[in-house]
Design a protein around this ligand. Structure first.
Ligand SMILES: Nc1nc(=O)c2c([nH]1)NC[C@@H]1CN(c3ccc(C(=O)N[C@@H](CCC(=O)O)C(=O)O)cc3)CN21
Ligand SMILES: CC(C)C(=O)C(=O)O
Ligand SMILES: [Mg+2]
Length: 271
């Protein structure tokens, strides 16, 4: 059954109840109007640090500040009356220690009204996941392809292709569950590894480029709308081509202003 029949606010436990049932629907949003439009149709809205590349023209997700994440998450919370809002912790705001993570995650939640945070995690983040979840902050752990570590991998590289990577990812997912995380998000892994992860944990696994075996799917909204095209990952399906529509609108406006066709009297005040 879909959570979409619910009228009330979807909570993290509601999402957890979907393990092995319907699929959790998630998209990113960074602004109030976009959150408001998707709210009736999605279970979860992720305020991703992808906003660095999608909304600020930065070349990586590494330059987003906590202040930017707070401002955008607050805007999204305003537009989300039923979807569960989760915010990415920015690079540098949580890796140093569980205490640093708690300080910044609690600020992000308190100042935005989001329901939980997401961090990019390897084994070294397990104590932090435990520290936060034991203190009232539900942490979604993002594993697999970690965009905040692109410098280390030498780009956005699909994970789980070697036997060792595969074993480590499955072990990591199990440890994340044991550390108290309510959800795990898996990005850019081969199908067989995603399947093993989904079957190894009792918490929902939300996938991006991680095959249909996952308990939920997330994509970057600007990608599915055909608004962002600096690059298009193989896992993106375009559901609209808004760039073309916007370009047409800009071109037509410019032409009409230059020709004098806009504004006509119907757009003018008269006394
Ligand atoms: N607009 C946008 N969409 C995203 O999905 C996204 C972001 N931004 N920014 C942060 C990360 C970066 N992501 C990416 C970016 C590129 C590939 C990509 O091009 N992957 C190659 C495969 C490379 C390999 O085989 O190792 C591909 O062909 O899809 C994947 C994920 C996902 N995230
Ligand atoms: C791609 C998703 C999972 C994300 O982390 C983001 O949008 O920043
Ligand atoms: Mg992110």
């Amino acid at each position: 059954m879909s959570l979409s029949v619910n009228k009330r606010k979807i909570t993290i436990p509601d999402l957890q109840s979907q393990k092995g049932r319907g699929r959790i629907v998630c998209l990113t949003a960074y602004t109030t109007p976009v959150a408001r439009l998707m709210d009736p149709y999605v279970d979860m809205i992720l305020v991703g640090d992808s906003l660095a590349m999608v909304a600020y023209g930065m070349e990586s997700t590494m330059k987003v500040s906590l202040e930017m994440m707070i401002a955008h998450t607050r805007a999204v919370v305003k537009g989300a009356s039923r979807a569960c809002v989760i915010a990415d912790m920015p690079f540098g705001s949580y890796e140093k220690s569980p205490e640093q993570a708690f300080k910044n995650a609690s600020r992000l939640l308190a100042e935005s009204g989001a329901s939980g945070v997401k961090i990019e995690a390897g084994f070294e983040m397990l104590p932090t996941i435990r520290f936060l979840t034991q203190r009232g902050i539900p942490v979604t752990a993002h594993i697999g392809l970690l965009p905040q570590r692109a410098n280390q991998y030498g780009g956005f590289r699909i994970q789980g292709r070697t036997g060792q990577e595969r074993e480590e990812l499955v072990k990591l997912a199990k440890n994340i569950e044991m550390s108290g995380a309510p959800l795990v998000l898996v990005e850019g892994v081969v199908e067989s590894v995603a399947r093993e992860i989904v079957n190894s944990v009792a918490i929902p696994v939300i996938g991006i480029g991680a095959s249909p075996v996952c308990d939920g799917q997330v994509l970057v909204t600007d990608d599915i709308l055909g608004l962002f095209s600096d690059f298009t990952p193989k896992f993106v399906k375009k559901y609209a081509h808004l760039s073309e529509e916007m370009e047409n609108a800009f071109k037509n406006f410019a032409e009409e202003v230059r020709s004098g066709d806009f504004p006509t009297m119907e757009y003018c005040f008269k006394n």
